[in-house]
Write a protein that binds this ligand. Structure first.
Ligand code: XMP
Length: 531
């Protein structure tokens, strides 16, 4: 057995399999388990039983689902999982599936139960041990708040089960078959609205499945370094750095493993934020002694974008141009064999997702588009990690907070925040305004709570008055959103004083702007970027 495998065994020891019935919270379940320092993977609910056996889980969690067991074709698991002798926790639909499968009765409840509920704990010996944080009004039973979201409910438990907890609307809100090690709950322990949810999951992991806390970023780091060394040997490796957190962490990790065998390429496409190129090159060259090539390709990008106003054409041109620059660089390095990619676990899950493919809303450009054309072998050291884990790994390696917590920035950069043609002059205007937005959001201590905050330059001119003069200048829009993953988003209710400062500074400091508007649309139906 090689060294990397022995580490792998250690940190993956006691792993949990999450079978996905299509719930919007499935990723959250896996993240909570990992927060508890236990490794977990998500797979579609209909994964073959042979795969599940080979996976050797210490425990299995069945997710929720928008479906009902009475649907025409309800999502299902191989029923043999119930006889593996491995502890199972069914959540919401997972509970209903177990009940249906084992001859209990599921029925439509008279009222949909959605939101907060008081869970009264009837048996606190294992799954619900120590989670009651108050006593019921009668003072007889412990209770805790949980978050429900279900239409169907359990009317009759399957034989051999007993009740662990109930709520006003769900007489069987948690149940157990101790002999068969089957557990099920109607509420969602994975969401923040269930304050004791993590404690309940930990009970399942530690008390019931016998897992140990082996999944830490320190252990992950040691193992990843060994694995990269083994995979790469003594050949050269190349990495496209964008300055974003994923490519930065992937590069630093690879650098730890193979030092100067790694060359990073940072392409300045002229579409970056204020001082971005300087900041990135400074940090990675000085702080981490990374072999970093800075390529100023801005002239070329802007030439290709001349006269282009269609958002999808802009995206395609930028993507193509990026590959061309990268190919040229790789060629004059003597064609390195490996490419480092910052692929994350959610991208991996997406490709085996239980849900069908969705329509293309925007052609995303990121460095992920490179290998198909260039036939590199890949080093993907973050393939097992969620974004929050990537940040923790970055912290472990001493990456500055400024890089780890920087707001996401799209591959096509400021080009998709200039509505209409991209010119150097417009880029300068936008960059200045964008910088003001960031400064003011930081001054108000709001930066870490916000997913993204930025400016968008609109192609219209409006009339204004400055001094006693009439002006006829451009409009700048401000966008700030809260989001978990960029898939959905809500606009941020920024304090009026912050908006006022941003607006004042932009019209006073950015020549050519005489009006500022605030974008109050959520996603859906809007998207986060304007193009
Ligand atoms: P939208 O505009 O689709 O954006 O709501 C969702 C999130 O994705 C970012 N974004 C991109 N990221 N390449 C990227 O790497 C792209 O082409 C791209 N387009 C949008 C956007 O900033 C937001 O965080």
């Amino acid at each position: 057995m090689c060294a990397a495998e022995s580490h792998a065994d250690k940190i993956h020891a006691g792993k949990i399999l999450v079978l996905d019935f299509g719930s919007q919270y499935t990723q959250l379940i896996a993240r909570r388990i990992r927060e508890s320092q236990v490794y977990s993977e998500i797979h579609p609910c209909d994964a073959p039983i042979s795969f599940i056996r080979d996976f050797k889980p210490k425990g299995i969690i069945l997710s929720g689902s928008p479906a009902s067991v009475y649907d025409n074709k309800p999502p299902y698991c191989p029923p043999e999982i119930l006889d593996l002798g491995v502890p199972i926790l069914g959540i919401c639909y997972g509970m209903q599936w177990i009940t249906h499968q084992l001859d209990g009765r599921v029925s439509k409840s008279a009222r949909r139960e959605y939101g907060r509920a008081e869970l009264v704990i009837d048996d606190a010996t294992d799954l619900l041990n120590g989670v009651g944080d108050a006593l019921t009004a009668q003072g007889s039973r412990p209770e805790t708040v949980v978050w429900m979201s279900h239409g169907d409910r359990i009317d009759r438990m399957p034989p051999g089960f007993d009740v662990l907890a109930h709520t006003a609307n769900s007489p069987i809100a948690a149940m157990r078959n101790e002999k068969r090690r089957l557990y099920a709950i109607q509420f969602h322990p994975e969401v923040a609205h269930t304050p004791q949810g993590l404690a309940i999951l930990k009970n399942f992991l530690y008390r019931i499945c016998g897992c140990a806390p082996t999944w830490t970023m320190k252990a992950y780091l040691e193992r990843a370094v060994e694995q990269i060394r083994e995979r790469v040997g003594d050949v050269d490796v190349i990495c496209a750095m964008s300055g974003g957190v994923d490519s930065a962490v992937a590069a630093i990790l690879t650098h730890r493993a193979i030092g100067d065998q790694l060359t990073c390429i940072f392409v300045d496409n002229g579409l970056l934020r204020n001082q971005e190129a300087e900041r990135v090159t400074e940090t990675f060259r000085k702080l981490f002694k990374l072999n970093l090539r800075y390529v100023d390709a801005s002239k070329n990008f802007l030439k290709k974008l001349k006269g282009v106003t269609d958002p999808e054409r802009k995206r395609r041109i930028i993507g193509r141009q990026f590959i061309q620059v990268f190919e040229e660089q790789a060629k004059n390095m003597g064609r390195p064999e490996f490419l480092v990619q910052g692929t994350l676990y959610p991208d991996v899950i997406e490709s085996v997702s239980f849900k069908g493919p969705s329509a293309t809303i925007k052609t995303h450009h990121n460095v992920g588009g490179l290998p198909t054309r260039m036939r590199f072998k890949l080093v993907e050291p973050l393939r097992e990690l969620f974004k929050d884990e990537v940040r923790r790994l970055g912290e472990e390696m001493g990456l500055p907070e400024e890089i780890l917590w920087r707001h996401p920035f799209p591959g096509p950069g400021l080009a998709v925040r200039i509505i209409g043609e991209v010119t150097r002059k417009r880029l300068d205007l936008l960059r200045e305004a964008d910088d003001i937005v960031e400064q003011e959001i930081r001054k108000a201590d709001l930066y870490p709570q916000i997913w993204q905050a930025f400016a968008v330059l609109l192609p219209i001119k409006t009339v204004g008055v400055m001094g006693d003069e009439r002006t006829y200048e451009h409009v700048m829009a401000i966008r700030a959103v809260h989001s978990q993953d960029g898939m959905t988003a809500d606009w941020v209710k920024l304090p009026h004083e912050v908006l006022e400062r941003i607006s004042n500074r932009i019209v006073n400091e950015v020549r050519g702007i005489n009006r500022v508007v605030y974008d109050v649309s959520s996603k859906p139906p809007s998207t986060i970027e304007w193009e």
